[in-house]
Design a protein around this ligand. Structure first.
Ligand code: CU
Length: 259
């Protein structure tokens, strides 16, 4: 796993080199062959993992609900691991997008919409014919205007952070998280393609920051930990179980939320 990294709010990043590392690092990862042998070892194959049956959303049933936060926590870390292992990108990390404050797509990402070849199979290496090419697209409402979907407000996030049990908390947060996917629209709205949009990672970094904030305020007991047992504890396709990622120390945030 990568060394300790502190994820910062994208709005507070003044050093253009940090933004360039994010953009160019993803581009470099995206230019690696999708037939590289490792699971998720290129951007396209990592994106493809989001379409495989690992149970990580409520749409996958109760187990998916319980795994949503931990699974995505690992997923983000895997992106950081792979990109930071490319020469010149060892400082790569995922800044978070706090959409409760920054109510538009951040300026510096407006034009960062890569072309991603997503393999349609989990077999490594994938066969070339099974690759789905995606040009990242977005359909947010015009700045300042209301659209069909809205970004969660600070109050909604604070209400969510006050949920006393893990199940209530994660179900509420997953619902709010889905509003962001729908608000951004296009590639982000479809779970078969959403991680192809670099905004996915910055959005989920904010979700993980909210989870970290909640965790800090709750001692572990049967009401406050994910309800998982047996193989469901494994964060497949990666190694490690839910308890190992619950109080992790290799990723931190510049700011947590207190309620
Ligand atoms: Cu998501």
């Amino acid at each position: 796993m990568p060394a300790v990294v502190t994820r910062k709010n994208q709005a507070d990043i003044r050093d253009p080199a940090v933004k360039n590392t994010f953009i160019n690092g993803i581009n470099a990862f995206n230019s690696l062959s999708t037939s590289r042998g490792e699971i998720g070892g290129s951007y396209g194959t990592l994106v493809a993992i989001h379409r495989h049956p690992h149970k990580f959303h409520s749409a996958d049933g109760d187990v998916g609900t319980q795994r949503f936060l931990t699974w995505h926590r690992v997923y983000l870390s895997v992106l950081e691991f792979w990109v930071s292992s490319i020469p010149n990108y060892q400082n790569f990390y995922i800044p978070y997008w706090d959409w409760t404050v920054d109510r538009n797509i951040p300026n510096w990402l407006q034009n960062f919409k890569p072309h991603v070849n997503i393999p349609n199979t989990e077999s490594i290496p994938p066969t070339p014919s099974s690759v789905e090419p995606v040009d990242v697209s977005r359909t947010p409402p015009p700045p300042g205007q209301d659209g069909e979907f809205s970004l969660p407000t600070e109050n909604k996030i604070k209400d969510c952070l006050r949920k006393p049990t893990y199940t209530e908390f994660t179900m509420t947060l997953e619902g709010l998280h889905a509003d962001v996917h729908a608000w951004v629209g296009g590639t982000m709205r479809d779970l078969l393609t959403s991680p192809a949009d670099p905004l996915f990672w910055m959005h989920h970094a904010n979700i993980d920051r909210i989870y970290t904030s909640w965790r800090e305020q709750h001692a572990d007991n049967s009401d406050t930990i994910p309800i998982l047992s047996g193989l469901d504890l494994n964060m497949d396709p990666w190694a490690g179980t839910e308890p190992e990622y619950r109080h992790w120390d290799w990723v931190a945030y510049d700011k947590l939320i207190t309620v």
